[in-house]
Ligand binder design. Structure first.
Ligand code: S3P
Length: 188
């Protein structure tokens, strides 16, 4: 876990955060646990893209290519940012969302802190390799290369949490402590 001394830009507590990181890093699971603890909404960018498009991520990649997917993803992200301004929320972003320069700019402008869930690439691959619905997880070599090219961009997040060997409850606790968030309830 790495800590930035002045994560909070003002005395106002955070009312939203986004979870970022590579495929298999546990963004959705941690987001669900953390949002329940905080009593905040949980928003899932991939699920929002699918709902807006009326098709699965795999189908969107097949029919519109990655470019079409990124366009749909940006529009859904704008929707999520608007919702996070209106009501406290934890949002889980898809693995490629945070590394698109325009998305990073939108998120930085929103003031919503990004939390990078980090883990060794071998562990991420183990979690993803048997899942058929991931268009960008073809084989270990391709997965490793993509991870290597993206990792410096995930490091632009306000906070990095090392997740290796930890369960979602522990990770959620660490994020809440680092961002000084008050948990409405504790479930264990
Ligand atoms: C992607 C990750 C996926 C999904 C899409 C593209 C990526 O989300 O958005 O398949 O570019 O890494 P998860 O990280 O939730 O698997």
């Amino acid at each position: 876990m790495s800590k930035t001394p002045s994560l909070r830009r003002s005395n106002k507590p955070f009312r939203a955060l986004v979870l970022v990181g590579f495929m298999g890093s546990g963004k959705t699971r941690v987001g669900q646990v953390l949002s329940r603890r905080l009593g905040w909404d949980f928003l899932d960018l991939d699920a929002r893209v699918e709902a807006r498009q009326g098709s699965t991520i795999a189908e969107i990649f097949r029919n519109l290519g990655e470019t079409g997917f990124r366009q749909a993803e940006r529009e859904a992200l704008l929707e999520l940012i608007r919702e996070m301004k209106a009501s406290p929320a934890v949002a889980a972003l898809g693995g490629g969302a945070f590394v698109q320069p325009e998305n990073l700019r939108l998120l930085e402008a929103s003031g919503v802190p990004a939390v990078f869930l980090d883990a060794p690439v071998e562990e991420l691959w183990e979690r993803c390799r048997l899942e058929k619905h991931r268009p960008l997880a073809q084989n270990l070599n391709q997965f490793r290369q993509l991870h290597e090219s993206r990792r410096p961009l995930y490091m632009k997040a306000a906070l990095r949490i090392e997740t290796s060997g930890k369960d979602a409850d522990t990770i959620a606790d660490e994020i809440a402590a680092q961002l000084e968030l008050t948990c409405a309830r504790k479930e264990k």
